[in-house]
Design a protein around this ligand. Structure first.
Ligand code: SF4
Ligand code: SF4
Length: 297
């Protein structure tokens, strides 16, 4: 089983469009398992329209809860919480009620230790959900992180692990991960142990800068990488500069031209490959062939 991760130095480079097109092209290999690794701002579902088959809670970390019926309203938890996560509703202890603000609670457990009547517990925090779904191109594992929830890297690891289970169960040889943008924890969780990373960028100053940072990250993991320059023809000189800079580190670099069909396909909720043949879909198909030659799924 091989894993291909598609990432970008920043959002809006066309990464998800490319990953969704690969989902369609993987049909000739018996189909891939798709993963939406951008759990903070997932959008692969907009193109692949998954039908959810399984829904699971994502639990990570701890938070305090007060058992109202046991609380004697002494205010001890309020006094001991240094994260100001206890809210007092009322003027004075003895009369007021106390509540934990989940967004402020760090789960340290100090309040639990100081509660004189054991009215406080630490419970696992529900930080989001993950799903196993079906799409018109095969299975997809994806997730939704709760508002203000942390540990997105851990959630990415969970969905990747579940995708491996699905791939094994359905005898699929390839997992395609639509990774998050940037160089943070969830990106690291998306690329670790991948067989190949495709970095999508645009020929702009910020695209060049972000590409350098993300290439440096992938290099540290010693994972083979390739670069796709989307809308290369908006700045041919910058495209050539990026290609020159990347040439010693990548297996191949490729160009995708501006093509209005890509936007029309997105508006229509389809991949560029499905919507209409055009210069962009031809380039994407060639990139796919190069990727397959490199990782041999
Ligand atoms: S677990 Fe720690 S952070 Fe949360 S309410 Fe108790 S003392 Fe405050
Ligand atoms: S320390 Fe325990 S009993 Fe006192 S207010 Fe907090 S939860 Fe209630």
């Amino acid at each position: 089983m091989k894993e291909l991760t598609v990432i970008s130095g920043k959002g809006g480079t066309g990464k998800t469009s490319l990953a969704a097109s690969f989902a369609m092209l993987s049909g000739m290999l018996g189909g891939a398992v798709m993963v939406d690794g951008d759990v903070d701002a997932s959008d692969l579902h907009l193109l692949l329209k998954p039908v959810i088959l399984e829904r699971h809670e994502f639990r990570s970390g701890w938070q305090a809860v007060i058992q109202e019926k046991d609380c004697v309203r002494c205010g001890g938890c309020l006094a001991h919480c240094r994260f100001e996560a206890i809210r007092m509703n009322g003027a004075t202890a003895g009369e007021a009620s106390f509540q934990v603000d989940p967004s402020a609670c760090e789960g340290c457990g100090v309040c639990v230790d100081h509660c004189p009547v054991r009215a406080m517990d630490l419970v696992e925090r529900i930080c989001g959900e993950w799903f196993v779904s079906n799409t018109r191109f095969g299975p997809m594992v994806h997730a939704r992180l709760g508002a203000a929830a942390e540990n997105s890297g851990k959630l990415v690891s969970v969905v990747r692990e579940m995708a491996r289970n699905v791939a094994l169960a359905q005898n699929r040889r390839l997992i395609i991960i639509d990774g998050p943008p940037g160089i943070g924890c969830p990106v690291i969780a998306s690329i670790a142990r991948s067989d190949m990373v495709l970095i999508v960028t645009e020929p702009t100053l910020s695209g060049e800068h972000d590409l350098k940072r993300v290439m440096e990250l992938v290099r540290r993991f010693e994972i083979p990488m390739a670069v796709a320059i989307n809308k290369w023809d908006i700045n041919p000189a910058m495209t050539e500069k990026i290609e020159r800079q990347a040439s010693s580190s990548v297996r191949f670099s490729a160009r995708i031209p501006c093509d209005p069909m890509v936007t029309r396909a997105q508006v229509n909720g389809q991949t560029a490959m499905e919507f209409s043949p055009g210069p962009a879909s031809e380039s994407i198909e060639q990139i796919w062939k190069n990727l397959c030659q490199t990782i041999k799924p």
